[in-house]
Design a protein around this ligand. Structure first.
Ligand SMILES: Nc1ncnc2c1ncn2[C@@H]1O[C@H](COP(=O)(O)OP(=O)(O)OP(=O)(O)O)[C@@H](O)[C@H]1O
Ligand SMILES: [Mg+2]
Length: 1021
């Protein structure tokens, strides 16, 4: 810590203190000041500064001038009569104020005095210090400091913060909750604080910890991510949820605190967002050791007014002893006397003054300070020859003091001149903090003039204080100011006529808009707020949409929906056409956000509302878009409604003369019918021809979801390589709200192609990776579990398959309504099939048929994705059961049904299995010709397509056929082919994989493999 005059520079935490107050400086300006302070009383040339601070980049020397200017402003230094920084023309700068080093004392000793006029707070301060000592020992501390406006929460926390950062090596950061931001800016205070931690000199450790432990947070700071890291990072956070984000930041903070203790301050929690509350709750409840202290301030009154869930959280934490609350009381009269004693050290103010101030202010410190200042301004207290005294008798002051704080503040305001009032009014519209830049435009004045005026007000300690300079996103550096207290701001804002308020909000919104270039969403909610207060509802809604994107980027979908609901309300105030357009856009976005949360029914309802709204307003493009979205959630909960919606989208598109859109919709509609309803050749043709047309039209923007549907269709026709390529390309397309589900859809499609291709080991790997990812994110990995169940059926591990599905049924999923029912329905279908085959193995044919029939019955098992594939598998099972029980007639009837159905599809796997069954029935019926005919049909398919699962079965049956005819050479060759397929499947697994072993030892497989073994044994003998 370096001290110079009334300033203290804390290099470790990148902050400059002026007395009790933190001073804002942009990071580079801070570095320039630090360099000068660390090399005092000698010339520092421009080159030296450039070399030291920008070693590898070219920087215009003018920039240094700009920073020096800003630093002078903050220090209150004058160019012609400097006391801090002297300019040596054409040579450089010299820091001329005396600098002393402040040595860190005993880290536990926080009592050392800081120049502060804080009175009456020794109790609360010592509570904070006790907590801090516990935190230093690894016991995390969550402290709430509560009290009415102006009671001194910020003052207390500031004073403690200073002591703590002077006493020990601590990482400190503060996060501010902002009025009107709650819900619009999820995690705002945490991001604010984290931003500070990433700007300190040892921020390397912070960034590394975020990269390692909290990638979902690192990605919120694009400037910290190197371009080459971005893709890996995005993959890493794929599927991340709010829960994961909360867990990650807790872990990162704990890990960081193990090196250096952390003190976080969250201010004004009565305006907090729900996501930050989740975070506080998690931080408080975790049991890991952490040298971490979080101090939060809030006003109980505003908490009740805003109905914030903070109240519930705090009570709950208190009950469990997980937090400490410090309630600040009003100051007693002796404290006021003490305050006067400190403020006016020399002099003879009458003892009755404290009583008078106490009576009026009722011990509210803000009121107390305002009364004292007022008395100085109006000349009741004067500095007479370095002695303070009253100019009028106490009794005459008494009636002159306004009765309420509000009146007091108004009196102070009215004493300012008209121009000062105008500037402050504009400032009050911007908010508690404002930059001269923001209001210069609103008032059509030069920024320098505004700064001069504000500096002067701040120097006179009137209404505002200068808090430093800050770099704006457009690269400008502007002075920032803060109302001395939020009540000052409120008092001034209340005085404005509504017309003037509206005009000022509008002007400020327009000004801020110039900061928000493309891709800059960080000021979106602020701009939206000003537009809304300026009654510019269209612009407000547009910026709320941006703010919602912001929230979605922070995985805070619930907050995202809340912002969008708010935008929706605004759209009703917008002129009809534009309003409807925005309304549909917002509704569709709400649908996306629900979809991302897994709330399928809500998602479908929002899309439906968007489509209907767009339909009424004649917005065909928007209508088609919303209708085509509906198929995604409905696909999971009610496929028929999804199919109907997409059919309607095609109809609407037909009237639009947009051949590209029509081709897209036709491809999607036909594809969905094929996957969710049943396979029809005509739809396969439509799908293909629409795809070709898109190619001809050079379409590069087909949405990923459409492409994935097409890829599934390819896979089901045996075009595995092409399908795999499409899925591969589909997997990395992320970045949007809905992209996660598309990613899963692509992965799921990939596993279907691989299952058909017998590459079961690859599928198992995908399942395991997917599960690991889901676990990291706290997601339910149901999709991957279903793939494992399917995989096990192909390895003939039917019991294992049923077990996996039973576990799916047992899992308590966090998904909202509808989706769990669908998942359960699919699970029950899978279980019936798996158990059916288990019963078959045991010879319980009647029971097996019962189970299979459950799956075939559309009442018991309503439609789901690829349901027809499973119904056909069940039919094959029934045929098998009759066959085993010797009822050839029924076996033949079902086998024929299965063949007809398989031939309707384009699926080589199903077709090959159908011919294989036919062959066995024919052999049993002793119809040699038919058997020969059928087996050839099956063989032809397995030769042409890579379908080894069907392959081994067809060849095994061919072997039996030729064996029975004593055509041993043919039989042997088929046996070898069957074995080759079996080994191909088995070898797709790792050597030690238990599934490989169980597959190879399954009785039907062993029977074929043993043929060779017997022969080898015979040869050995
Ligand atoms: N203990 C104290 N001793 C002397 N002055 C105090 C004390 N507490 C507060 N003040 C004065 O009162 C003013 C208001 O206090 P402060 O801003 O800390 O209140 P707050 O509780 O944070 O209010 P808000 O709820 O509006 O944030 C301060 O600027 C300071 O001048
Ligand atoms: Mg405060």
């Amino acid at each position: 810590m370096k001290l110079f005059r009334s300033f203290r520079l804390d290099p470790a935490n990148q902050c400059l203190w002026h007395g009790e107050q933190r001073v804002l400086l942009p990071p580079k300006a801070f570095d320039v000041l630090r360099y000068l302070v660390e090399h005092p009383r000698r010339l520092v040339t421009q080159d030296e500064l450039l070399e030291a601070l920008w070693p590898e980049t070219y920087v215009n020397p003018e920039l240094i001038k700009k920073y020096i200017l800003g630093i002078r402003k903050v220090l209150g230094d004058q160019h012609d009569n400097p006391v801090y920084i002297e300019t040596l023309p054409k040579r450089g700068y010299q820091f001329i104020a005396p600098v002393t080093d402040h040595v860190t004392e005993d880290p536990q000793d926080l009592s050392s005095d800081v120049t502060s006029n804080m009175v009456g707070r020794s109790g609360p301060l010592s509570e904070l210090q006790t907590a801090f000592r516990k935190a230093l020992r690894g016991q995390r501390q969550i402290i709430f400091v509560a009290g009415e406006p102006g009671i001194g929460k910020t003052t207390l926390v500031d004073s403690f913060h200073q002591r703590a950062s002077r006493a020990a090596q601590v990482r400190t950061a503060r996060g501010q909750c902002v009025e009107g931001f709650g819900g619009k800016e999820p995690y705002y205070p945490m991001l604010d604080a984290l931003g500070q931690l990433t700007r300190t000199p040892d921020s390397g450790a912070v960034v590394q910890t975020l990269a390692r432990r909290a990638p979902t947070w690192l990605i919120q700071f694009p400037s910290l991510v190197k371009p080459e890291q971005r893709e890996a990072l995005q993959r890493e956070i794929l599927g991340a949820t709010r829960e994961r984000m909360v867990r990650e930041i807790c872990e990162a903070l704990e890990s960081l605190s193990s090196e250096t203790p952390i003190l976080l301050v969250f201010e004004d929690l009565h305006w907090v967002d729900a996501s930050t509350l989740d975070l506080i709750s998690a931080l408080a409840r975790r049991r890991e050791e952490a040298k971490l202290m979080l101090v939060c301030t809030y006003r109980p009154v505003d908490l009740i007014l805003s109905n914030s869930p903070l109240k519930g959280l705090k009570q709950d934490l208190q009950v469990h002893n997980l937090c400490v609350e410090i309630a600040l009381e009003r100051l007693p009269e002796p404290a006021i006397a003490e305050y006067l004693g400190m403020e006016f050290r020399k002099g003879s103010l009458p003892p009755g003054l404290a009583k008078l101030i106490y009576r009026h202010s009722e011990g509210n410190p803000l009121f107390m300070v305002a009364i004292v200042q007022d008395m100085m301004k109006n000349g009741s207290i004067i500095d007479d020859d370095k002695e303070w005294r009253l100019t009028t008798p106490l009794e005459t002051i008494d009636p002159g003091v306004p009765q309420s704080l509000q009146q007091m503040l108004e009196v102070q305001f009215e004493r300012l001149n008209a121009r000062e009032q105008r500037v402050l009014e504009a400032g009050s519209v911007v908010g508690e903090h404002f930059s001269a830049w923001a209001i210069a435009n609103a008032l059509e004045e030069k920024i320098d003039h505004i700064e001069d005026l504000c500096d002067e007000l701040a120097a006179r300690q009137q209404v505002i204080k200068a808090i430093g300079i800050q770099e704006l996103p457009n690269g400008l550096v502007a002075a920032h100011y803060e109302f001395r207290h939020s009540l000052y701001r409120q008092a001034i804002y209340r005085r404005l006529s509504s017309g003037r308020r509206v005009r000022l909000h509008r002007a400020i919104a327009e000004r801020l808009k110039t900061l928000s270039g493309p891709g800059r969403r960080d000021v979106a909610s602020e701009i939206a707020f000003h537009f809304e207060s300026g009654h510019e509802y269209e612009q407000a809604a547009r910026y709320l949409i941006l703010a919602a994107e912001n929230a979605a980027g922070r995985l805070a979908y619930r907050d995202c929906i809340q912002v969008l609901q708010h935008a929706l309300k605004l759209t009703s105030k917008i002129e009809a056409n534009l309003g409807s357009e925005l309304e549909t856009q917002v509704l569709e976005f709400i649908g996306d956000a629900h979809y991302a949360l897994g709330a399928m029914a809500e998602s479908a309802a929002a899309y439906e509302a968007a489509a209907s709204r767009a339909g009424h307003a004649g917005l065909k493009g928007a209508q088609v878009s919303a209708l085509s979205c509906m198929v995604r959630p409905f696909g999971l909960i009610d496929p028929d409604r999804g199919i109907a919606a997409i059919g309607r989208a095609v109809e609407v598109t037909r009237s639009m003369q947009d051949s590209l859109l029509l081709a897209r919709m036709q491809m999607l509609a036909a594809g969905c019918r094929l996957l969710y309803d049943c396979w029809r050749e005509q739809d396969a043709m439509i799908c293909e021809s629409a795809h070709n047309q898109l190619k001809e039209l050079g379409d590069t923007d087909t949405p990923p979801f459409h492409k994935m549907i097409y890829a599934h269709v390819q896979a089901l026709q045996g075009n595995y390589i092409q399908a795999l390529e499409l899925f591969e390309r589909g997997i990395p397309t992320l970045n949007q709200t809905t992209s996660l589900m598309e990613h899963f859809f692509a992965l799921s499609g990939k596993t279907i192609a691989l299952l058909r291709m017998g590459r079961l080991g690859c599928v198992l790997q995908i399942v395991r990776d997917g599960r690991e990812m889901a676990e990291k994110n706290g997601n339910d990995p149901w999709l991957f579990n279903f793939r494992e169940a399917w995989l096990r059926m192909l390895t003939l591990d039917f019991e294992g398959s049923a077990r996996v599905c039973e576990a799916i049924l047992q899992t308590e999923t966090a998904y909202p309504v509808s989706q769990p029912e669908t998942i359960a329905r699919i699970a029950r279908g899978y279980i019936a099939i798996a158990e059916g085959f288990t019963e078959l193995d045991k010879g319980q044919n009647g029971r097996a048929i019962e189970l299979f029939n459950q799956v075939r019955d559309p009442q018991t098992t309503p439609k789901f994705f690829l349901h027809w594939n499973w119904r056909m598998t069940a039919q094959l099972g029934v045929s098998e059961a009759w066959f085993q029980s010797g009822n050839l007639e029924k076996a033949s009837f079902e086998a024929d049904g299965f063949l007809d159905a398989a031939l309707e599809t384009a699926d080589p796997h199903l077709k090959a299995l159908a011919w294989e069954m036919q062959t066995r029935v024919a052999i049993a019926k002793e119809d040699g010709r038919r058997a020969e005919d059928c087996v050839h049909k099956g063989l032809e398919i397995v030769d042409r397509f890579e379908v080894p699962v069907a392959g081994w079965q067809v060849h095994a049956t061919a072997w039996r056929l030729y064996q029975s005819r004593q055509q041993y050479a043919d039989a042997e060759s088929h046996c070898e082919r069957a074995q080759a397929y079996i080994f191909k499947i088995a070898n797709s697994f790792a050597k030690e994989e238990p599934l490989r072993k169980s597959f190879l030892s399954a009785p039907p497989i062993a029977r074929i493999l043993n043929v060779g073994a017997e022969k080898r044994w015979a040869a050995d003998v």
